[in-house]
Design a protein around this ligand. Structure first.
Ligand code: GTP
Length: 396
């Protein structure tokens, strides 16, 4: 097999064209992530850059070299911007823009220079533009989506190839005209390898975008958007799982139901925005008192549930009391900056071996009802009488 550099250039035009098309279709189909839009612009710039090289036989030499190199540099900078948004949630820093300007200014300066000098300067400039993305992808991307590892490895390959091309250009300059066409071929081939790796990184980036969207959708399906607590269905599933595990490992499991007192008045006096802020603050304050293995769920409006594995009745009551005191002590701001205090009531129940999530939640709800009846801002533990009446109502 023989390598033909102009054919490789054409392959890259097609490759970056396909990446552009894929990103346009993905954006149209709902994958509207800002960084993927920027990646689309990067792919367009790189596609046009290689088109300038592909049209070299028909364009003035200087125009093909100037346009091609500048567009590739802009493409690499847009790639870096997309990567920065994806990994660090911010755009390009000013020093990177400075690097881009310096790299772009070097292009017209070396247009009339010898080929090895031009190859060396262009390779060095592009390697410098790719280096921050490569470092960021290796440092931050490795812990992110699995497909981002492909991006990191491909960028490392691309950056290494450009540095190798720079070193090769230094050797070429020393060897002089004797190096001849073979040196031009290898320099072109290494360049193509570098940009094929950037193309592979681009496809990996698209996969990472899909992976991130899928994980966000999974999260949205199980977590309450306002408070960050698990939603009702997920809480019940986690309770079922915890009960099963408790039975197998002979460990107690408790469930606490929390309900804010007179929350309707908070909404009526201060408005729903303040009401929402109160719910968020209560959830955060409760979460801060839980163990890593405990579960905080939002069962409905102003009602939360705590699933407590390996926790008996006295431990659960103690925790509920701590949460009650912490919420009572929250210094909140109401409408117009007025101080706002809220309290909550709690019902605590420990699971029996035969309990299902429904019977246990029902039992905790009974205890909560008692807490409300007794004047609110208190913790009530479910007793045998409540358990018997729960069984009757569930069986009946
Ligand atoms: N701001 C806000 N309010 C909510 C949300 N979900 C439910 N609510 C409100 O929570 C209030 C619950 O009122 P009630 O069920 O009467 O209970 P309460 O006023 O807390 O009274 P007790 O529980 O008996 O102490 C209603 O006004 C709901 O509109 C929410 O997501 N945000």
């Amino acid at each position: 097999m023989t390598l033909h550099v102009p054919t490789l250039v054409l392959m890259l035009v097609i490759g970056y064209g396909l990446l552009t098309l894929l990103l346009a279709v993905a954006g149209h189909g709902g994958l509207k992530r800002g960084e993927l839009r920027q990646l689309g612009w990067a792919a367009q710039a790189l596609c046009l850059g290689f088109l300038c090289f592909a049209l070299r036989p028909w364009l003035p030499g200087w125009l093909s070299l100037l346009g091609g190199n500048l567009l590739l540099m802009v493409g690499l900078a847009l790639f870096a911007a997309a990567l920065s948004w994806h990994l660090l949630n911010r755009g390009l820093s000013n020093w990177f823009l400075g690097l881009l300007v310096a790299a772009a200014m070097s292009v017209p300066l070396v247009l009339d220079a010898t080929t090895p000098l031009r190859v060396g300067v262009m390779s060095g400039a592009m390697a410098v533009l790719l280096l921050p993305s490569t470092v960021a992808a290796l440092r931050h991307g490795w812990r992110g989506e699995l497909s981002f590892r492909v991006v990191a490895l491909m960028l490392l390959l691309a950056c290494s190839a450009l540095v190798a091309r720079l070193v090769y250009a230094v050797w070429w300059a020393g060897a002089g005209p004797a190096a001849g066409g073979e040196a031009a071929f290898w320099s072109g081939a290494i360049f193509m390898l570098a940009f094929m790796a950037v193309l592979a990184a681009g496809f990996g980036f698209v996969l990472a975008g899909f992976e991130r969207m899928a994980s966000q959708m999974r999260k949205l399906a199980s977590v309450d958007g306002l408070t960050g607590a698990f939603n009702h269905n997920t809480t019940v599933s986690l309770l079922a799982h915890t009960l099963e595990r408790g039975r197998r490992e002979n460990q107690p499991v408790s469930f606490v139901m929390l309900d804010l007192d007179h929350f309707k008045q908070v909404n009526d006096r201060h408005g729903h925005v303040v009401g929402d802020a109160v719910l968020r603050a209560v959830a955060a304050c409760t979460r801060a008192r839980l163990r890593g293995s405990d579960v905080l769920g939002r069962l409905g409006g102003e009602e939360f549930g705590l699933v407590l594995p390996a926790t008996g009745l006295s431990g659960a009551r103690h925790l509920a009391e701590q949460v009650r005191l912490a919420v009572e002590g929250l210094a909140l701001e109401g409408d117009g900056g007025r101080p706002l205090r809220v309290t909550l009531s709690a019902g605590v129940a420990e699971a029996a071996r035969s309990d299902t999530p429904e019977t246990l939640i029902h039992l905790a709800d009974k205890a909560l009802y008692q807490a409300k009846q007794q004047g609110r801002n208190r913790v009530v533990v479910a007793d045998d009488w409540m358990r018997n009446s729960t069984l009757q109502s569930v069986v009946g």
